[in-house]
Ligand binder design. Structure first.
Ligand SMILES: [Fe+2]
Ligand SMILES: [Fe+2]
Length: 200
């Protein structure tokens, strides 16, 4: 198993200084959320550290790694280059760093789109990326509050925010994000129905 100090060295050499600082903040936030929501703190810190490992790679390098790792972009990824670093990042962690923990690899892979049926660790890394200490975009406080109220409310608010932003910027929405949003909404609607005593 590769040492954390070795991973940090690799991250420091691959990422811009701003992205490296973001990575450290996401790792920290993921560890805090893991403690709060009963996940493995060290795994959360590791997945947080690794989530953007290929984010500073240029287009050519990402394309080359996709070929090398046998990644075939789906029909949304083909038109949404911002999604590439997550799939390539997970493959890089497996092939180049020898990371074998499937949950950690999935947390890296789905940190951008999310998906339905996410594990605790996947949700934690996805949400830590939204609310880490370095984040100061408009709306971050609403997402922070939702995440600290519960991971499911965090998923509902963050997936909705992500889709609104993508529409505003005229970008494609990955079906995994829609699936994550619908899953969180089903949960929320069900809870509200139970509270109000309605059966449907
Ligand atoms: Fe990312
Ligand atoms: Fe990130």
């Amino acid at each position: 198993m590769i040492e954390i100090s070795e991973i940090k060295k690799i991250l420091n050499s691959k990422l811009t200084s701003e992205r490296y600082a973001h990575t450290l903040c996401v790792a920290e936030e993921a560890a805090v959320l893991a403690k709060r929501y009963g996940a493995d703190k060290e795994k959360a810190r590791l997945a947080g550290l690794l989530h953007d490992i290929c984010k500073s790679d240029n287009r050519d390098s990402l394309l080359q790694m996709m070929r090398e790792f046998g990644i075939i972009p789906d029909n949304v990824e083909e038109y949404a280059e911002k999604l590439w670093h997550a799939r390539v990042g997970a493959a890089f962690c497996r092939q180049r760093l020898g990371i074998e923990d499937e949950d950690v690899l999935s947390a890296v892979r789905y940190h951008t789109t999310a998906r339905a049926g996410m594990s605790l660790l996947e949700k934690i890394v996805f949400l830590a990326d939204y609310i880490s200490a370095d984040r100061d975009y408009e709306g971050v406080q609403e997402i922070r509050t939702a995440v600290y109220a519960g991971l499911d409310s965090g998923m509902r608010v963050a997936a909705a925010f992500s889709m609104r932003e993508l529409i505003k910027k005229q970008r494609l929405i990955h079906p995994n994000t829609v699936a994550a949003y619908n899953e969180a909404m089903r949960e929320w609607v069900t809870v509200n129905r139970l509270r109000s005593g309605k059966s449907i």
